[in-house]
Design a protein around this ligand. Sequence first.
Ligand SMILES: Cc1cc2nc3c(=O)[nH]c(=O)nc-3n(C[C@H](O)[C@H](O)[C@H](O)COP(=O)(O)OP(=O)(O)OC[C@H]3O[C@@H](n4cnc5c(N)ncnc54)[C@H](O)[C@@H]3O)c2cc1C
Length: 312
Amino acid sequence: MAEFNSRILIIGSGPAGYTAGIYAARAGLKPVLISGKQPGGQLTITNDVENFPGFPEPVNGSELMQRMREQAVNVGVNIVDDIITEVDFSKKPFVCNSENSNIFIGDTVIIATGASARWLGLDSEKKFLGFGVSGCATCDGFFYRNRDVAVVGGGNTAVDEALYLTNFARSVTLIHRRDSLRADKTLQERLFNNQKIKVEWDSVVDEVLGTDNPLSVTGIRLKDVKNDSVRDIKIDGLFIAIGHHPNTELFKGQIELDAEGYIVTKGDSTQTNINGVFAAGDVQMPRFRQAVVAAGTGCMAALEAEKYLSEL
Ligand SMILES: Cc1cc2nc3c(=O)[nH]c(=O)nc-3n(C[C@H](O)[C@H](O)[C@H](O)COP(=O)(O)OP(=O)(O)OC[C@H]3O[C@@H](n4cnc5c(N)ncnc54)[C@H](O)[C@@H]3O)c2cc1C
C-alpha cells in the first residue's frame, strides 16, 4: 500500500489518458496515471490501425499504444499499473482508492476510462477478433473493398455501419435477431433502398467460420431464432454493432452521467459538473469513438486542468 500525491491524477491509459499525461507532464505538473485492467485501452485488441496520423504503414494497435506509453514515460508521467475501485469527489483534494490498496490524491482528476464494445461472447468471435471480426466499421471498413461483409445489430449504429460499409464492400448482410429494426425510420429507409444491403431477420450468429493458417474469416453460421435451424453464409468480414457501454460504474453518484452512463461535460470543454474533474475520450464522447478524437480530448483535458490549477 502506498500513497501517491499529485496535482493531476489521470485514470485510464488509452489514447485519451496517455495524451493528457504527455501534456500535463510537459507543463511540469508531474501527473500520476493509473493504467487500469486494460493497459493501452481498446486499441490493444485490434491489429492494423491505418487512420492514426504519423504512421504511413498500418501500425499494430498494441504497438501504437506501447509507443504512447513510452512517450508518456519519457516526458515524466508516473504510470502506476493499478485499478481505481472507489473515488471521492465530494471534497478537495480528490481521493481515489485502488484494487492494490493504494491511495491516489489529486488536486485535479482527468477521467479517461473509455468504453467497452459489447461482443456476442462466442469463442470463435474471440479467435478471429482483428482477423476478420471487428467492432468498428470506420476503423476497418477500408480493408474490405469489393469483399462480402456482415453486420450484427438492429439499432442506429448497426444500420449506420452497414450503410458506411457499402462504400467499400461488394455486399453487406445485416443480421438481426428480431423481425424489425430499432433504428430511426430515415436510416431504415436508406438501408432498405440500398441495393448492396440485404437483411437476415430473426437470426443470430452461432459461430464464426474461418481458416487457421492464415487466421481469416470465411463465413458465419446463422441460427434461426424461431425454429433453431442453422445455415452457413460466406463472408470475409464480420462487424459487431450491438452497442458499447461506458466504463463509469465507478463514478455513479459522484459525477453527472447521461441516461446511457456517459460522463456529461460542458459545451466544447472537458469540464464535468465537479470543478477540477475533467473527462476525456470515449467515456464522454460516444459520438465519434476514434483514437485520434480521444487523444484530442485528452489534450483538451490537460490544458483545462492546467488552467484550473493556475487559477486556484
Ligand atoms: C476492435 C476495435 C478496433 C478499433 N480500431 C480503431 C482504429 O483503427 N482507429 C481508431 O481511431 N479507433 C479505433 N477504435 C476505437 C478506439 O480504440 C477508441 O476510440 C479509443 O481507444 C478510445 O480511447 P480512450 O482513451 O477514450 O479509452 P480506451 O481506449 O477505452 O481506454 C480506457 C482506459 O481506461 C482504463 N480504465 C478503465 N477503468 C479503469 C479503472 N477503474 N481504473 C483505472 N483505469 C481504468 C482501461 O484500463 C484503459 O486503459 C477501435 C476500437 C475497437 C474496440
